[in-house]
Write a protein that binds this ligand. Structure first.
Ligand SMILES: Nc1ncnc2c1ncn2[C@@H]1O[C@H](COP(=O)(O)OP(=O)(O)OC[C@H]2O[C@@H]([n+]3cccc(C(=O)O)c3)[C@H](O)[C@@H]2O)[C@@H](O)[C@H]1O
Ligand SMILES: Nc1ncnc2c1ncn2[C@@H]1O[C@H](COP(=O)(O)OP(=O)(O)OP(=O)(O)O)[C@@H](O)[C@H]1O
Ligand SMILES: [Mg+2]
Length: 250
């Protein structure tokens, strides 16, 4: 595990240096993926790394696992509560759509959830601009393969060090990095609405997706779910489609 950690730390150092940046910033949620990235950037840039805790409908001090994560990693952190920004933006969107168009109640939960992720992304980029840092993403292999992230939200970052790691590998790395046990043992959740867990929403467990990505045989029904998610999210893994250049006379 030490070699793998060193490899990712050196990669981060090189990419940040090549970009002419000074360090790195990550959003710290109290979940596993961001805890690992928090530790990696602290190792790569001991004096130029930043964790940002961005609660919505909570105080920073209530984000106990996030605070515990940054404190244990000795990562400098700043709390930016986004409760007011989120509710104001959401209300203004909804009120104006209701005034001029049709608000679709059934789409409200997911639309609001993705807005949260994109407000966090905007905050991280504002922080990065201030410090001349790069934004480090926390996406892992099963999330990337299934498209389980918000496009241009948590899916938007400058570097994605965990992109090839299964969830199990992220957890093993977290143990090696001495991430708090409370974080390692938490069920993975986007926490975008009350009671949300990744595995309920995906309809398949990370263990199963990990096994599939390792090339192991899994239940046919699970394979179908994973492949359907993969196909539907293809657009998220590419830059936006552009038409072929118009040639006069065609
Ligand atoms: N074929 C296509 N070609 C080009 N663009 C296409 C498209 N289909 C949809 N789109 C666009 O993509 C949008 C849908 O994508 P998106 O906005 O991402 O939304 P969507 O994929 O519907 O939802 C995001 C999912 O990721 C989960 N999530 C989000 C954030 C964090 C985490 C976490 O684990 O922490 C998980 C969340 O719970 C939800 O299940 C559409 O509104 C449309 O604009
Ligand atoms: N309250 C928050 N404060 C700061 N960043 C957040 C917050 N919520 C989400 N994020 C950012 O969004 C990312 C995506 O969330 P995701 O749930 O996939 O990862 P995680 O919480 O780190 O790990 P897990 O998947 O195990 O819950 C986080 O890694 C983090 O960078
Ligand atoms: Mg989470």
């Amino acid at each position: 595990m030490r070699e793998h950690v060193d490899y990712l730390v050196e990669w981060l150092e090189k990419k940040v240096k090549d970009a002419g940046a000074k360090g790195a910033v990550v959003g710290v949620s109290g979940g596993l993926d961001s805890a690992v990235v928090a530790n990696l950037i602290k190792r790569a840039f001991p004096d130029n790394s930043l964790g940002v805790i961005m609660p919505i409908d909570q105080e920073v001090s209530n984000q106990e696992e996030a605070v515990e994560t940054v404190e244990k990693a000795e990562l400098f952190y700043i709390g930016v509560p986004l409760t007011d920004s989120y509710h104001t933006t959401f209300r203004e969107i909804k009120e104006n759509v209701e005034k001029h168009g049709e608000w679709v109640e059934d789409n409200e939960q997911l639309g609001g959830a993705n807005l949260k992720a994109r407000l966090r992304m905007s905050t991280l980029y504002a922080m990065a601009a201030n410090y001349n840092y790069l934004v480090i993403g926390t996406g892992n292999a099963p999330e990337t393969y299934t498209g389980y992230f918000t496009k241009f939200g948590d899916g938007a970052a400058d570097l994605e060090p965990l992109a090839h790691l299964t969830k199990e590998e992220v957890r093993d790395m977290a143990r090696y990095l001495e991430v708090p046990n409370s974080v390692i043992e938490r069920p993975p959740s986007a926490e975008l609405w009350e009671g949300q867990t990744d595995e309920d929403e995906l309809g398949v467990s990370y263990d199963t997706i990990d096994a599939y990505l390792r090339g192991e045989t899994i239940d046919e029904k699970d394979k179908q779910i994973i492949e359907e998610l993969h196909k539907k999210s293809e657009h998220k893994r590419h830059t936006p489609a552009t038409p072929p250049k118009f040639e006069k006379g065609e």
